[in-house]
Design a protein around this ligand. Structure first.
Ligand code: PEP
Ligand code: MG
Length: 864
């Protein structure tokens, strides 16, 4: 009996269709499913290996018929065929039959014992009944839109990217009203919607007389250049033509998925001020360039001043070989594999962004995925390999270049900028195809080789920030994000001046434009006049001199004028940071963010691997103390291999110790690794995001278990290990006395404490300035913790970003803090700030700050 295999993007879909088909085909029918991906949080997609497995499961000498849903399912099935032993390949047929009807038709035929050929034929003809049933209705149905009286000739742009013959059938005429027209994401939504129906759909831009273009092609739709206010004509034919049009109308009513706030304020400017609305729209990437001399105001994220050319992060260009194809089939198969591998990368990147960005922003990846399935690219690439006998890389590069040129030919600056997205996705495919080593491409993005300048980006992920090379990156300017987001923290730890939240306009800055970035004022001046350049440069030189002076004394202890010794430590993420920290004069590491240590790994490191990493940090410190914080994953720190359930509000979700207690095996492994290092190095353990005493009790139980299991195995252990908590949840600060009996030390995480006290997301540029740790409400909690800790004989540190602000240091000392931990680059100036402080005067200053009304009033308190 012929076996059936269903290849679907969704496991649920595959199972549902299998259930239906099994009901029709009878008990003995063999149906294999290859649905979805094994990536928690990112379950949609197809995988060739799964397809092979499903074929093997239902294998029969009579053959196997494979039905697919769409897009990459087809590629995965084709690739699976290549992976099968040759003798089996001839007995497998991939059918273009519709999934549900085809599976049902095939199941019936296979159940009857028909041949593979007959089963395939039944599957292919399975739509006939539906078509016959609906045809009269479709013919009678009055078109909901007004027919386009006369369609103009398709423009060359659309022609290159999938122009189509408009099929006969009902039409729909719409005015596109969302803020940015049919740019990549709305176009992707349209393509996806149209693809959901058994209908041939075309779209024409009536306003500009472009098209019609196939709604199956993202490139074709988007390169119609549909802008807000343009009229489009959608035409459909086929059994589900009406349904497709109705769905497209609903989509248009919903602004093609664009957020509502992106709509123009009034209907009056529907045809005017277009570029304004394009820029003001929610499209997070690029816009018209800001005028020379404009000052973009954001938030200071890393101190320092930089002047340099704007540089965008991008993959280093790929050298494409020119020789002819030696084996067309093998070349095409290799290209298919590269497309699938790239799709996997993009899905992983999307999963890593989950929780850090809105669904809307993350959806840009969906548009990238659609590029990979777009016939407007695949068609020419296939023709290039099979017809013109080009090698796969050359054929693909040429197809991408032609499609990108089509985008670039458009008038709309936003749409033109999509060519950059397309080229970047194209390059990702080339890298897989040419098997370029991963280290040639850190984190997927880097500056062009040799490019020196100021990195301009929407936001920096921690991985991107970690990949910045201070030798090339003079500064970082981000359109979004907050100063205590982890991308910004890493920039600070690298000593790179940074401004975040500078606004969307920043993304319109052209590559190479001169920028003056002030990491203290939080401003970016675009193409500054000569006088500004000179003033900024003078300040930069002055600052560099101060920094050099401070560095010359950084190895000495930080002692206040009246003799209080302050422990100034570093916050580090990776062993390499330790070298920089010691060089900068760190008295130890006050915060090892272990979650960042493994950011670039592709799996959760085992206990031995963790031990090696912690040991490298401890050894780098040469006997100085190390405070190791257990995994603080969640909120804006996502590990690609530890995908968490998507949460409505990740900052208030399962992060820090909550995650560790929910998955005690993670915590146990980490604590065992830490204890092994603590046997011969001064290590102490710190738990993040603690809200209740019970959490500490339970975390300590896991620590006891770690200790007991190591002891039982005869592993060397420290006699005692100090245990502390981060105080970053207001509840812990308010209840600090309850924690005193359970911990040896406290460390104030002022980044989170401020965001929770002021209810302002630290990563959201709109409100990040509100999450100001100098707000008296935060200072009062610090005061409470410091006093209570001192009374209970416990030490208290600050390891949030506030600790490294030379202006905040006297205040913190006045509140009773005696340990500070900060980005290494800030240590020299922080030590200087301690040295010029008088602890008695600082206490008075602190008293005034506690009574102040606002963060601004605290800042005005004179010689803080
Ligand atoms: C903090 O919240 O202040 C802190 C130091 O922890 P993180 O920034 O890693 O959340
Ligand atoms: Mg924190």
């Amino acid at each position: 009996m012929v076996g059936l295999v269903l290849v679907c993007h969704s496991a649920k879909l595959a199972e549902g269709v299998a259930e239906l088909a099994a009901q029709m085909g009878g008990e003995s029918l063999r149906i294999g499913v290859a649905g979805g991906l094994d990536q928690p949080g990112n379950p949609l997609g197809t995988d060739a290996v799964r397809v092979v497995r499903a074929i093997e499961e239902v294998w029969s000498e009579d053959g196997v018929l494979v039905l697919m849903d769409l897009g990459s399912a087809v590629l995965s099935a084709e690739m699976a065929l290549d992976l099968l032993p040759e003798e089996r390949r001839d007995h497998v047929v991939l059918t273009e039959a519709p999934l549900v009807e085809g599976a049902v038709g095939a199941a019936v035929a296979a159940g009857l014992g028909d041949s593979l050929e007959k089963v395939a034929e039944e599957a292919c003809g399975a739509l006939a009944a539906k078509a016959a049933h609906l045809a009269p209705q479709a013919a009678l149905a009055a078109p909901r839109g007004t027919p386009l009286a006369e369609e103009g000739p398709a423009q060359a742009v659309a022609a290159r990217a999938g122009a189509a013959q408009a099929p006969p059938g009902p039409t729909l005429r719409l005015t596109v009203e969302n803020a940015s027209g049919l740019h990549a994401r709305p176009a992707a939504m349209l393509v996806r919607t149209a693809a959901g129906f058994d209908a041939d759909v075309t779209v024409a831009n009536v306003t500009t007389d472009r098209g019609p273009a196939s709604a199956r092609s993202l490139n074709a739709v988007a390169t119609l250049g549909v802008r807000p206010g343009d009229e489009i004509l959608v035409r459909a034919s086929g059994p589900q033509a009406e349904e497709a049009l109705a769905a497209i109308r609903r989509l248009a009513d919903d602004d093609f998925g664009d957020p509502r706030e992106a709509r123009p304020q009034t209907g009056a400017d529907a045809r005017t001020g277009r570029s304004l609305r394009v820029e003001a729209g929610a499209a997070p990437f690029s816009g018209p360039p800001p005028a020379p001399g404009s000052v973009l105001t954001g938030l200071p994220a890393s101190p320092g001043i930089a002047i340099g050319a704007a540089r965008r992060l991008r993959a280093t260009p790929v050298d494409v070989p020119d020789g002819p194809s030696q084996d067309c089939d093998a070349d095409w198969a290799a290209l298919e594999r590269a497309l699938i591998a790239t799709a996997d990368d993009i899905r992983r990147a999307r999963a890593a962004l989950a929780g850090r960005a809105s669904d809307y922003d993350a959806a840009i990846f969906d548009a990238h995925l659609l590029f990979l399935e777009d016939e407007a690219l695949l068609g020419p690439a296939r023709e290039g390999v099979m017809g013109d006998r080009k090698n796969a890389a050359r054929a693909w590069a040429d197809a991408v270049a032609a499609a990108a040129a089509a985008w670039e030919a458009l008038d709309d600056p936003y749409l033109r900028a999509r060519a950059v997205d397309l080229r970047s996705v194209g390059d990702q495919v080339l890298r897989h195809l040419l098997e370029l080593p991963a280290d040639d491409w850190p984190g997927g993005t880097s500056l062009d080789a040799g490019a020196v300048g100021i990195v301009v980006a929407p936001d920096l992920t921690p991985a991107e920030a970690a990949g910045l090379d201070p030798a090339h990156v003079l500064g970082v300017a981000c359109a979004f994000g907050g100063p205590t987001s982890h991308g910004a923290i890493l920039a600070r730890s690298l000593g790179i001046p940074a401004v975040v939240g500078a606004g969307r306009a920043l993304l319109g800055v052209a590559e190479g434009t001169l920028l003056a970035l002030d990491g203290e004022a939080g401003t970016v001046t675009v193409d500054p006049p000569a006088a500004t350049v000179k003033a900024v440069e003078d300040r930069r030189v002055r600052r560099a001199r101060e920094q050099a002076d401070a560095r010359s004394q950084a190895h000495l202890s930080a002692v206040t004028r009246d003799g209080l010794v302050v422990h100034v430590a570093a916050n580090v993420a990776v062993p390499e940071d330790v070298r920089a920290a010691v060089a900068a004069g760190a008295d130890g590491v006050g915060l090892l963010r272990t979650e960042l240590l493994f950011l670039e790994a592709d799996h959760l490191p085992g206990e031995d691997e963790q031990e090696r990493a912690y040991r490298a940090v401890a050894e780098g410190l040469g006997g100085r103390p190390l405070t190791l914080r257990t995994l603080d994953v969640g909120a804006d720190k996502q590990l690609p291999y530890l995908p968490l359930e998507r949460e409505q509000n990740p900052n208030l979700g399962l992060r820090g110790i909550r995650l560790g207690l929910r998955h005690p095996e993670l915590l146990l492994g980490q604590l065992r690794a830490a204890l092994r290092v603590a046997a011969d190095h001064p290590v102490r353990i710190m738990f993040p995001m603690v809200a209740t005493v019970d959490e500490v009790r339970r975390a300590r139980e896991v620590l006891d278990e770690a200790r007991a299991s190591l002891a039982a195995a005869g592993v060397a252990l420290p006699e005692r290990i100090e245990v502390g908590i981060m105080v970053e949840v207001p509840a812990a600060a308010l209840m600090v006395e309850a924690f005193v009996p359970h911990v040896d030390f406290f460390s104030l995480g002022t980044n989170d404490l401020a965001q929770y006290v002021l209810a302002a997301d630290r990563g959201n540029a709109e409100v990040a300035a509100l999450a100001d740790a100098l707000h008296p409400a935060v200072l009062r909690l610090i005061d409470r913790v410091a006093r209570t800790a001192a009374e209970g004989g416990r030490s208290v540190a600050v390891c949030g970003e506030l600790a490294g602000d030379p202006l905040a240091i006297p205040l913190l000392l006045g509140l009773g803090v005696t340990e500070l931990s900060m980005a290494a680059a800030r240590i020299p100036l922080a030590k200087q700030a301690v040295r010029v402080t008088d602890a008695g005067a600082a206490r008075q200053l602190a008293a005034r700050a506690l009574a102040a009304e606002s963060a601004a009033a605290v800042r005005e308190l004179g010689p803080r």
